[in-house]
Design a protein around this ligand. Structure first.
Ligand SMILES: *[C@@H]1O[C@H](CO)[C@@H](O)[C@H](O)[C@H]1NC(C)=O
Ligand SMILES: *[C@@H]1O[C@H](CO)[C@@H](O)[C@H](O)[C@H]1NC(C)=O
Ligand SMILES: *[C@@H]1O[C@H](CO)[C@@H](O)[C@H](O)[C@H]1NC(C)=O
Ligand SMILES: *[C@@H]1O[C@H](CO)[C@@H](O)[C@H](O)[C@H]1NC(C)=O
Ligand SMILES: *[C@@H]1O[C@H](CO)[C@@H](O)[C@H](O)[C@H]1NC(C)=O
Ligand SMILES: *[C@@H]1O[C@H](CO)[C@@H](O)[C@H](O)[C@H]1NC(C)=O
Ligand SMILES: *[C@@H]1O[C@H](CO)[C@@H](O)[C@H](O)[C@H]1NC(C)=O
Length: 420
């Protein structure tokens, strides 16, 4: 009785370990790989050299399709993601494109799916009562900064077979119409990837072969001297494929462990609503981030604060003026019907964290992707620890069981075996 129990326990323990190993191996084999190609200001000669602008075209080729990413810093910084049939080329009419005219950007074949994000505004707000919540209706206590008024410079562009990094820096804010200028810089780092992995900058977001990461740093931004408790919020405009009548789904989820992002057990996911005819969420786009903001370049968990997201809002009044000075207007143009256009706001900071003035540095990192957002899984290390944690007691039980069985075995049996 106890022998068979012990054997069964031993087998189940071995089975658990094997199953876990299979899961780990399957996990490694699952991910698809895309090949990255990069072009800076594609097919543009003198005008781009004069303007010194940055438009980056990144193509990620898969077996049956290509994902194009465009990162543009000519007007308001924006990102366009387009899934097209393979060997589709991009055509930019540069003169019109630089003048931000509609339809100055197109693909040689109609994309299967497109999606864009404009980093529309940075909003400074005076958090008088330390709630860490922005109230955009309180106009006297908010200042809006438009990212096109920063002087954008390319800091670095790095390419490897596995990733592409573009670091941009916006300095010397100068809104000539409103006569507002500010010191300080906003740093935007964009990353393109070819496979499923964790990115190497904290918070180590998990990305797929279909996603790109944007990291924003507000570094010593000058605050309004009439504001005692300045905080910042970021407004994104989301444009592209999805049912325009339905708000995007915002889903803050608890994650399994904090192995990759110490101290943070939550992940916020935003997904585009599918068109009514199609009932699958898997062919849309998503945004994903950890609700954490670091207050220094070392990105320690001790120097971190939270981010807060707000419900998305549809833009119904004037589509054109909303996207006008961005690349997305060059692509989508004016006459778009049946296209999603919503804004999404994220504020940086939490109650009692000392406001922006504490270190004058805050970060926010998010992922934009196509398809299914990746689920954080236990890493091989964690699985090994769990296997040992489960396996070791089982092994001890088996050995104890066997030992007890042998000891209790009647002598007679032993003699029979011996006599043979
Ligand atoms: C690519 O297309 C082929 C043939 O249609 C199909 O067998 C394969 O599964 C596809 N690959 C991917 C990654 O979708
Ligand atoms: C790009 O588009 C312009 C305007 O539609 C067209 O005249 C030109 O031939 C296209 N170039 C290529 C390489 O497709
Ligand atoms: C701050 O709190 C005071 C007292 O509760 C309230 O009267 C005031 O309206 C609040 N200010 C803001 C900006 O919320
Ligand atoms: C500071 O805020 C006030 C009130 O909102 C505004 O009138 C002023 O232009 C702001 N100054 C700067 C430098 O943004
Ligand atoms: C163009 O950009 C590069 C890199 O950001 C910078 O070093 C250079 O000074 C810029 N040139 C002009 C004319 O602005
Ligand atoms: C929409 O915005 C554009 C550009 O700002 C402007 O020319 C147009 O008059 C606006 N339309 C309406 C209905 O407000
Ligand atoms: C990546 O995009 C392809 C479409 O080419 C899709 O089939 C695949 O499911 C996507 N991967 C993920 C992880 O969503």
């Amino acid at each position: 009785m106890s022998l068979s129990y012990a054997t069964a326990a031993g087998m189940s323990s071995a089975l658990t370990v094997t199953l876990l190993l299979v899961v780990v191996l399957a996990d490694l084999g699952y991910s698809m790989r895309r090949t990255l190609r990069l072009k800076l200001n594609p097919d543009c000669d003198d005008i781009c050299r004069e303007r010194n602008g940055t438009t980056l075209h990144l193509s990620a080729d898969g077996p049956n399709d290509t994902l194009h990413y465009l990162w543009d810093f000519i007007g308001t910084p924006s990102v366009l993601l387009a899934l097209t049939p393979p060997s589709t080329s991009l055509n930019i009419s540069w003169e019109d494109y630089l003048a931000r005219r509609e339809n100055s950007l197109h693909f040689s074949e109609v994309p299967i799916y497109t999606f864009g994000v404009i980093i529309n505004k940075i909003i400074e707000f005076n958090d008088v009562n330390d709630t860490a919540l922005i109230d955009t209706a309180d106009v006297a206590n908010t200042n809006i900064l438009h990212l096109e008024h920063f002087n954008w410079q390319r800091v670095s562009l790095t390419q490897d077979s596995d990733y592409i990094y573009l670091d941009m820096e916006g300095n010397n804010y100068n809104d000539t119409a409103k006569h507002i200028s500010r010191f300080g810089s906003i740093k935007l780092s964009l990353r393109g990837f070819c496979t499923l992995d964790h990115s190497n900058t904290v918070p180590h977001m998990l990305h797929t072969e279909n996603s790109t990461q944007i990291d924003i740093i507000l570094d010593h931004m000058q605050t309004n001297e009439t504001f005692s408790n300045s905080r910042f919020a970021i407004e994104l405009l989301v444009v592209g494929g999805g049912d325009p009548q339905v708000l995007m789904f915002v889903d803050p989820k608890k994650s399994l462990d904090d192995e990759h992002t110490p101290g943070i057990f939550e992940i916020v996911e935003v997904r585009t609503p599918p068109y009514r005819e199609l009932d699958t969420l898997n062919s849309g786009a998503y945004l994903q981030w950890r609700p954490v903001s670091y207050d220094s370049a070392s990105r320690d968990v001790t120097g971190s604060t939270e981010t807060m997201q707000y419900p998305p809002k549809k833009i119904i009044s004037n589509y054109t003026s909303a996207v006008e000075n961005s690349m997305l207007y060059c692509y989508y143009g004016r006459n778009v019907t049946n296209i999603l256009l919503q804004k999404l706001m994220i504020s940086l900071g939490s109650k009692g964290d000392g406001f922006y003035k504490k270190t004058n540095y805050l970060t926010w990192t998010f992922i934009i992707g196509y398809g299914t957002p990746p689920e954080e899984r236990f890493s091989s290390l964690v699985i090994m620890i769990i296997s040992i944690g489960l396996g070791l007691p089982l092994l001890i039980m088996v050995i104890t069981g066997l030992y007890l069985c042998i000891r209790r075995m009647p002598k007679r049996h032993g003699n029979v075996y011996l006599s043979r």
